[in-house]
Design a protein around this ligand. Structure first.
Ligand SMILES: *Cc1c(COP(=O)(O)O)cnc(C)c1O
Length: 409
């Protein structure tokens, strides 16, 4: 492993990169390959590839049991899951969402002709601010779509109270939240419905996939019909539907992934602790923490960089790491309100906390694809960069100028 003792050792200053093979955020967790292939062989032998097959049913039962809900409807991805849930809840007009989330949260609504109205976040939790939500409610509002960002529960109690007061539906984007709890209760079991993602980059994956979870029998029946063309037994369409079914091969991966989930969470937890240890006391840096006494998947290691005390802006540090082969991600910069088609809307809103947090977060590589030795080295590089912030800033500026010159040639 490359030594990083002095500023000159940093790749941004001309030293050799710490990692010849780049480290990524969100490397897929593959799980038990033999078990997966066994299931795939079985579904091929049975020639049952999709349409409410054995593995989809098994996955739904397993998820419903683990989350503690009456109904779990597997779907081909969370974006369509959000759309089915929004339609099944008769959402229309405006729905209030946080801007600090993956753009799919907002797009899922806009795709249905529902306007996402962006609320600011609480900068301490990174989650939607209930006070701002209530201020945004008007006669066109039909629902609230909260996001459990980083798998940390948003303020479900306050949001439920607002929904009750204004007769709004309450939906949650739980794409980060499988394996997490709040007040001892699994995320995925709150509000009128929740939507999980099993995209390849998530803690549990089914290649692509998701699920709608709810205790509401009528809602579940509507989602079930909608995901399968609105068919009501046999070939007769009884209502408008689309195709959002999960395939059997995806469910086979999902089941295998769930079997390995505890192990992945334990690795993530150890990695999270290693980052916290490795970065303890570095001025201006803080790793986002997760609540004690709750279950958590520790899927994200989110570093917050306060440019004042650190002497480096988040983007400078990102550049330093990139040169070393550490491909961090600026999730979720710059916030949905600054993405199209929303930023051009005449009603575009000012969200100071979203802007501030989006400018200082950096997601670092974790998961089984990374080891603790690599994490120790990443922390050493970050510490070194902050210690010599003035010189590092000059090197970053040089590197940017160099790239600019290349552009001109
Ligand atoms: C990944 C993600 C989604 C989209 O999930 P897909 O299954 O890829 O459609 C939605 N919301 C958030 C917060 C996400 O991180």
């Amino acid at each position: 492993m490359v030594g990083k003792e002095r500023v000159e050792d940093l790749a941004i200053a001309g030293g050799p990169p710490a990692f010849r093979e780049s480290l990524h955020v969100g490397r897929p967790n593959i799980g038990d390959r033999a078990r997966l292939l066994e299931r795939i062989n079985d579904l091929l032998d049975r020639r049952w590839l999709t349409n409410d097959g054995r593995y989809v049913r098994e996955l739904e039962a397993e998820l419903a049991r683990r989350i503690g809900v009456r109904h779990c409807l597997a779907v081909c991805n969370a974006t369509l899951g959000l759309q089915l849930a929004a339609r099944a809840l008769d959402l229309s007009g405006e729905v209030i969402v946080p801007a600090f989330t993956f753009v799919a949260t907002a797009h899922a609504l806009q795709w249905l002709g529902i306007a996402p109205v962006f609320a600011d976040i609480d900068p301490r939790t990174h989650n939607i601010d209930p006070a701002h939500v209530e201020a945004l409610v008007n006669e066109r509002t039909t629902g609230i779509l909260g996001v459990h960002l980083w798998g940390r529960a948003c303020d479900v109690r306050a949001l439920a109270a607002i929904a009750r007061r204004h007769r709004l539906r309450l939906l949650f984007d739980a794409a980060h939240a499988f394996g997490c709890s709040h007040d001892g209760r699994s995320l995925g079991s709150f509000g009128d419905a929740e939507v999980l993602s099993f995209h390849a980059t998530k803690y549990v994956n089914s290649f692509e996939g998701g699920a709608v979870t709810t205790d509401d029998d009528t809602l579940a029946a509507r989602v079930r019909a909608m995901r399968n063309f609105g068919l009501a037994g046999g070939d007769r369409a009884a209502s408008l539907g689309t195709n959002a079914k999960m395939s059997e091969v995806a469910a086979a991966m999902g089941l295998t992934s769930i079997e390995g989930a505890e192990e992945v969470a334990a690795i993530n937890r150890a990695h999270h602790a290693a980052y916290r240890r490795g970065l303890a006391g570095v001025p201006g840096l803080a790793v986002v923490t997760y609540p004690d006494g709750e279950r958590h998947n520790h899927q994200f290691v989110v570093l917050e960089i306060d440019a004042g005390p650190a002497g480096l802006h988040r983007d400078d540090l990102d550049e330093v790491l990139r040169a070393e082969g550490i491909l961090a991600r600026r999730y979720f910069h710059p916030g949905c309100h600054r993405a199209e088609p929303y930023r051009s809307r005449p009603s575009a809103s000012e969200l100071p906390h979203t802007d501030a947090v989006a400018a200082r977060v950096l997601s670092l590589p974790t998961g089984p694809a990374v080891d603790v030795e690599s994490i120790a080295l990443i922390c050493r590089i970050i510490r070194l960069a902050v210690d010599a912030a003035d010189r590092v800033r000059a090197h970053v500026a040089n590197a940017r100028r160099g790239r600019g010159a290349e552009g001109v040639c």
